[in-house]
Design a protein. Structure first.
Length: 236
């Protein structure tokens, strides 16, 4: 691993602070749920597992971001960084979709399993191939970000299905998940475009990257509150 360059320290520190905050928040979120809202009835176990899978999955994502910012090589190419972000986005998309699928269809186990399995299989099938080989190898097939966008938009299918059900109605959880997907997609697009960096307004800071992390963190915190409210309503 190459030595950290002094000019990289502010970027690494800010990214570490943002990811550290997210990791700490969801750690306390998980502990709070286990201590005060842990399911006591057998029929409530799937809902409890959905909340835990969501919070622990987001914790792992923040931990990966934190470790990547601390230990990444200073000369890492932007292509390699974007590929890792793409894989992380696929993982985060599956993790955040689990509570929405479980709580929108509480009495339909096969529908829950079907949606969850489909999202996981599609996400794995769209992992960037270059993560498994040399990013400088031209023979390695490229992965279009259109694929990532299509997978993320596909995750909205359970939400649309839930909103179309007369029993579900305008669920706050479904609306919160839709808002999370939209904000996350916009933040990732902002990082890819990097408008301020391209015009030379900001040269030393990776402004778009940090804005993406902050927008995602804000959306994840807001979505986690909707998940907890849905869990408390289902598990008195």
């Amino acid at each position: 691993m190459n030595a950290i360059q002094p000019q990289d320290l502010p970027d690494r520190a800010l990214a570490a602070v943002i990811s550290g905050f997210g990791l700490s928040y969801f750690l306390f979120y998980t502990l709070q749920f286990l201590l005060f809202h842990c399911p006591s009835l057998q029929e409530d176990i799937p809902e409890g597992l959905a909340v835990i899978a969501f919070s622990v999955g987001v914790m792992f994502w923040y931990l990966g971001v934190f470790l990547h910012q601390i230990f990444r090589a200073s000369d890492e190419s932007s292509t390699a960084n974007q590929l890792k972000l793409q894989a992380g986005a696929l993982f985060l998309n599956c993790t955040t979709a689990i509570p929405t699928v479980v709580f929108l269809f509480p009495s339909q186990l096969w529908l829950q399993l079907g949606y969850t399995s489909a999202l996981v299989v599609i996400a794995i099938g769209n992992l960037p191939p270059k993560l498994l080989c040399d990013v400088n190898n031209k023979k390695c097939p490229d992965t279009s970000f259109v694929q990532l966008a299509s997978v993320i938009m596909l995750s909205l299918t359970p939400m649309i299905h839930g909103l179309a059900e007369p029993v579900t109605g305008a669920s706050p959880l479904a609306i919160a998940f839709g808002r999370l997907v939209v904000v996350g997609s916009l933040s990732f697009a902002l990082y890819l475009l990097q408008p301020l960096e391209r015009i030379g307004f900001i040269r030393l800071w990776k402004f778009s990257l940090h804005v993406m992390y902050m927008m995602l963190t804000y959306s994840l915190v807001a979505y986690s509150k909707a998940v907890l409210q849905a869990a408390v309503a289902r598990m008195p």
